[in-house]
Design a protein around this ligand. Structure first.
Ligand SMILES: [Zn+2]
Length: 272
């Protein structure tokens, strides 16, 4: 049995530096193709296609982004036009409370945010994920503080084949790494193909995704009794997040919060 005073096994003294060196080497080799690509192709701003260095969005487009900050509805994260004081909720949160506890978003879903989401989703601009994930971690720091695990919204298998990867999974990985929170990528599964939510009304969206997600029996122990943060790229009506939260709560998650990159805000609301 080991005690706190016990010296580490001598073998670990040399294993540690070796392990570290191996990590440094593998990190260095992983960055070589990326470096070559950067030299060959200058990065372009995803919104206006001007060349940029670093963040994926030029300074001018960045200044057009609306970062979401308080005052907002504590439940849904919808920005308010004026500060009603702490803890006030929006009309939507009271009239139709979602299954999830709180939702937070980094930015409003406007033209530049849309360009970023589309570039990550459809144009293989995986270089955007670290920036988007960092903004999300900042916007969601309160809900991430006590989170036990992050669960990305899954793609249907047909779509994950046609697309290279799950953008929500990529964002979850970035946030998980920076906040030291485990990511559970296959915990939530789609039970059936759903229509694209684009062009559907709010009630059609809810019907479309109702019961479309489940936690398979062998994964339930990963969720049970734990505070989960669901990760997605965009929150529109909240129907997908709600259906996912219901599935996680059916698997006995202690609570489900939602963190997205961008949320649709029709207009800034006055609080009730
Ligand atoms: Zn630009």
């Amino acid at each position: 049995m080991s005690t706190l005073n016990e010296a580490p096994h001598p073998s670990s003294w040399f294993q540690k530096p070796l392990w570290h060196a191996a990590n440094v080497l593998s990190a260095a080799s992983a960055s070589i193709p990326r470096l070559a690509l950067d030299i060959a192709l200058p990065m372009l701003c995803v919104s206006c296609t001007e060349p940029v260095s670093g963040e994926g969005v030029c300074a001018q487009c960045w200044s057009k982004l609306s970062f979401i900050a308080r005052p907002y509805c504590e439940r849904l994260g919808i920005p308010f036009v004026y500060d009603p004081g702490p803890g006030l909720l929006s009309m939507e949160a009271i009239a139709a409370p979602p299954a999830y506890s709180r939702a937070r978003a980094a930015v409003r879903y406007d033209d530049v945010a849309r360009a970023m989401v589309h570039a990550l989703k459809y144009q293989d601009r995986t270089d955007l994920a670290p920036t988007m994930g960092r903004w999300m971690a900042r916007a969601g720091h309160e809900i991430l503080e006590n989170a036990a695990a992050l669960v990305p919204v899954p793609l249907h298998w047909k779509r994950s084949w046609s697309r290279r990867y799950n953008q929500s999974g990529a964002l979850a990985k970035i946030i998980g790494r920076s906040m030291s929170i485990p990511v559970l990528p296959d915990t939530l599964q789609r039970t059936r193909a759903t229509e694209q939510q684009i062009g559907l009304s709010k009630s059609e969206r809810a019907r479309n995704v109702q019961g479309a997600f489940k936690v398979p029996p062998e994964k339930k122990s990963l969720v049970q009794g734990r505070k989960i943060v669901l990760i997605d790229d965009v929150l529109t009506s909240g129907a997908t997040a709600d259906a996912c939260a219901r599935a996680l709560l059916r698997a006995r998650a202690a609570s489900v919060d939602v963190l997205v990159f961008a949320r649709v805000v029709d207009s800034f609301r006055p609080p009730i």
